[in-house]
Write a protein that binds this ligand. Structure first.
Ligand SMILES: [Zn+2]
Length: 493
């Protein structure tokens, strides 16, 4: 069987064939670094990580680019509120993103371009669209893309462009008046006072300003792809389902108008949302929404990855305490079997050869079927059951089994980091109990982390958040004391 992927452009599952045999260019829209990434963002990033791992396991050489949006309305607003330059404001969030993705075992992309480092190719792209008459300068000095001059507009989202015109509702923002057509989107925003204040404005032949968000991805993808392969079409472009419109629609319009190619990417893939309706975690820790919240709560990356793998990436997934607990139990079972196998001496031939054959076939067939991770997981659990039975009967594992097992669990990353440690609940924070040195260390670690987050919130003038954390610490017996040269969390006697 060959790999088949769902293409949002055609609304169908198609056999995957890259432009050049053996290699795949993959562009995934990365985080906007104005805050910590939400675990809903990470559901998308982890689906993309599984896609990449499966492409590589299938023998493809993957060139993966994930951008970091470090200039847009949100980052500028954040920098203004923190009274910082844009450059200084985003650094901690970029660092946090890399920390979080390492915690979640995401492979390193080949490039993490920051929008502010690619202003030159963005300017070139806008100039080209102006020269072609597809872009125009509005009354406000911003540059807009004229949708009316791009007949293919709306192909990805299948939105009727006539509906777009009237569908926006009653609200018309200030820059609507500067456009020739309400549907047109901005390529380059004329510099305003706030942009200048935080250092988010650049000179360009068509006026000083800053790039629009959609322009960033087109310019960076085309620039890096051209440098690497001399191509102007991507094999796969992926992102969250919320990016289909307008972000990806606009990327297609700009890129194809510029390159003259019929497509910007051969396959468009989109991951569904993560919902939080069933979670009870908020009761204990406030809203557990970010990857770092999960890490602080002692959640092993494999648990979260297994939870995400239980549901197909094109279906909604509800995040609950119960689902997380059962994923943790699943990961523990896999880890227990893995360490049982590791303790056995290998043999040349045994029942394990048959188990390896079944696992290899079923896992591959599932993943080749548009990344059906829940079926792939089922194959892993079936191999675990059969393997445990074989071990009970005195059979020994073979090298063939070890290699298939390592390859398949590696794709999903669902084995606990340290099965022994997980056996005794060692990674959990147990705030309620005391008396054990390790738990005490964990409590202190938690308190220090929360104290630092409170300070961050306070420094960025988010007083509601800093008060919330202070109350949370108090609830667990910690008092925050501010000093002239810092802040401390002190445990009440
Ligand atoms: Zn993008």
């Amino acid at each position: 069987m060959t790999l088949r992927l769902y293409n949002t452009m055609t609304r169908s599952v198609e056999p995957f064939t890259p432009l050049d045999a053996g290699r795949v260019s993959l562009y995934t829209c990365g985080p906007t670094v104005y805050n910590y990434a939400h675990i809903g963002n990470f559901r998308t990033f982890l689906f993309e990580d599984v896609l990449r791992r499966w492409l590589e396991a299938s023998g493809y050489d993957v060139f993966h680019v994930m951008n970091l949006t470090d200039v847009d309305d949100k980052t500028i607003k954040g920098a203004l509120a923190a009274n910082a330059s844009l450059g200084d404001y985003v650094v901690p969030f970029i660092d946090a993103f890399h920390e979080d993705r390492k915690y979640l075992h995401m492979l390193d992309a080949d490039a993490y371009p920051r929008a502010t480092e690619f202003i030159a190719p963005m300017v070139v792209l806008v100039q080209d669209l102006l020269a072609k008459g597809i872009a125009y300068r509005g009354d406000d000095g911003s540059v807009y893309f004229a949708i009316g001059k791009f007949p293919d507009y709306g192909r990805l989202s299948r939105l009727d462009t006539r509906e777009l015109k009237t569908g926006a509702g009653g609200r018309v923002s200030a820059d609507e008046y500067a456009k020739e057509d309400a549907r047109d989107f901005v390529l380059w925003k004329a510099a305003r006072e706030a942009d200048e204040k935080v250092g988010a404005a650049w000179d360009a032949p068509f006026g000083r300003g800053r790039p629009g968000w959609h322009l960033e991805c087109s310019a960076m993808a085309l620039d890096l792809l051209a440098k690497r392969y001399g191509r102007d079409v991507l094999d796969i472009h992926a992102g969250g389902v919320d990016l289909v419109f307008p972000h990806h629609e606009d990327e297609i319009a700009q890129s194809c108008a510029h390159t003259g190619q019929p497509d910007f990417a051969r396959v468009w893939m989109h991951g569904e949302f993560l919902t939080m309706s069933g979670t009870k975690m908020s009761k204990r820790f406030g809203n557990i929404l970010t990857a770092r919240d999960l890490r602080m709560d002692g959640v092993d990356a494999a648990t979260l990855r297994l939870l995400f793998a239980t549901t197909h990436y094109r279906q909604k997934l509800d995040f609950t305490d119960e689902a997380l607990a059962s994923a943790r139990e699943g990961s523990r079972r896999l880890g227990e079997f893995a360490s049982r196998v590791a303790r056995q001496p290998g043999v040349e031939q045994s029942e394990f050869d048959r188990i390896a054959l079944v696992l290899g076939d079923e896992f591959s067939a599932a993943m080749d079927d548009d990344l059906n991770t829940s079926q792939a997981l089922a194959a892993l659990f079936e191999a675990t059951r059969a393997g445990n039975r074989a071990l009970d009967a005195g059979e020994k594992p073979t090298a063939a089994f070890q290699s298939v097992w390592a390859r398949m669990t590696g794709v999903l990353q669902v084995l606990p980091a340290d099965p022994q440690a997980l056996d005794d609940d060692g990674f959990r924070f147990v705030l309620e109990s005391d008396g054990y040195p390790r738990e005490r260390r964990l409590q202190e670690f938690w308190a220090v982390e929360m104290k630092n987050r409170r300070l961050e919130a306070k420094q960025s003038r988010n007083f509601a958040e800093s008060d919330r954390i202070r109350a949370l610490l108090a609830e667990h017996g910690w008092e925050v004391r501010d000093h002239r040269d810092g802040t401390a969390a002190v445990q009440r006697k």
